[in-house]
Design a protein. Structure first.
Length: 229
C-alpha cells in the first residue's frame, strides 16, 4: 500500500499522518440506521480492561455500554478508568484513561456512545461534541497524561463523505494528550515514517488530540504485513 494513499485513509480516520502502515481498510459498506451492538456485561468489561497493561487492570475502573447508554460498572482504585469507546456504530476501541483523561475525555466518550444508542447520526454527534468543546461543556486535558489502547482487538471505523463506512484495524499503542498539537509541529518527514513506522504522530487534531505511540515491534509487524489485520 502506498504511503500517500495511506495518508488519505488515515486522515479519514481522524489520524492526520502519512506514517504507520497499521490501519488497513478491510471493509466498505453502505451506512444503515444501525445502533451499536451491546455486549454482555462481562465481555464488555474484559474487553475494556484489555486496553491496560495487565498489572494495572485489577484496580482500574470500568464503564460498560447498555441499551440505555454507558454506565459506570466499578470505580477506579488506581486512577485508571477503562471504556470500550465507540465513535462509530461498529467501532470497538478499548481505551483506559489516567485521572486527567477520566475527568476530561471519558465524558466525551460516554456522551458520544449515549447518543449512538439513541440512533443519533454520527455526523450530528460530532457536531454536538465540537460545540461542547466550544461552549465549555467539554474541556481538553489540562496537563500531560496518558491513555492506553493495548488491546489487539481494536476496530477503527470512519463514515466516508459518500455515505459508505470504512473499517480497519490498529496495533496496540498508548496515547499522550496533545490538545491542539499538529503533525507539522513534530517536524517528522514522510521518509522518517517510511523507515520507522513506530514514530509518534498526532491523531484527532484539536482539543481532544493525542500523540500516538505504537510499540516498535507491533508497528513493524503491521508494516511488514502491508497493513493487513
Amino acid at each position: 500500500m502506498q504511503i500517500r494513499w495511506l495518508f488519505q485513509i488515515r486522515w479519514l480516520f481522524h489520524v492526520s499522518c502519512c506514517a504507520m502502515l497499521v490501519t488497513s481498510i478491510v471493509e466498505a459498506r453502505a451506512v444503515t440506521d444501525a445502533r451499536p451492538r451491546v455486549l454482555p456485561e462481562a465481555e464488555e468489561r474484559d474487553l475494556a480492561l484489555e486496553a491496560l497493561p495487565p498489572l494495572l487492570r485489577e484496580d482500574a475502573g470500568v464503564w460498560v455500554m447498555t441499551r440505555e447508554g454507558y454506565r459506570e460498572l466499578r470505580r477506579a482504585k488506581n486512577g485508571y478508568t477503562c471504556i470500550v469507546n465507540r465513535d462509530e456504530v461498529d467501532a470497538i476501541k478499548p481505551t483506559c484513561y489516567d485521572p486527567e483523561g477520566t475527568a476530561t475525555l471519558l465524558p466525551v466518550n460516554a456522551f458520544f456512545g449515549d447518543l449512538l444508542v439513541q440512533g443519533v447520526p454520527v455526523t450530528e454527534i460530532r457536531t454536538r461534541v465540537a460545540e461542547g468543546f466550544r461552549t465549555g461543556r467539554f474541556k481538553p486535558p489540562s496537563r500531560v497524561g496518558i491513555a492506553f489502547m493495548m488491546s489487539p482487538r481494536i476496530v477503527n471505523v470512519m463514515t466516508m463523505p459518500d455515505g459508505t463506512m470504512m473499517k480497519g484495524t490498529a496495533p496496540p499503542h498508548y496515547m499522550i494528550y496533545a490538545p491542539n498539537v499538529t503533525n507539522d509541529q513534530l517536524s517528522l518527514p514522510t521518509a522518517a515514517y517510511d523507515a520507522y513506522p513506530w514514530l509518534p504522530y498526532v491523531a484527532y487534531t484539536g482539543p481532544g488530540g493525542f500523540l500516538i505511540v505504537t510499540l516498535p515491534e507491533a508497528a513493524e509487524a503491521a508494516a511488514k504485513a502491508g497493513g493487513k489485520p
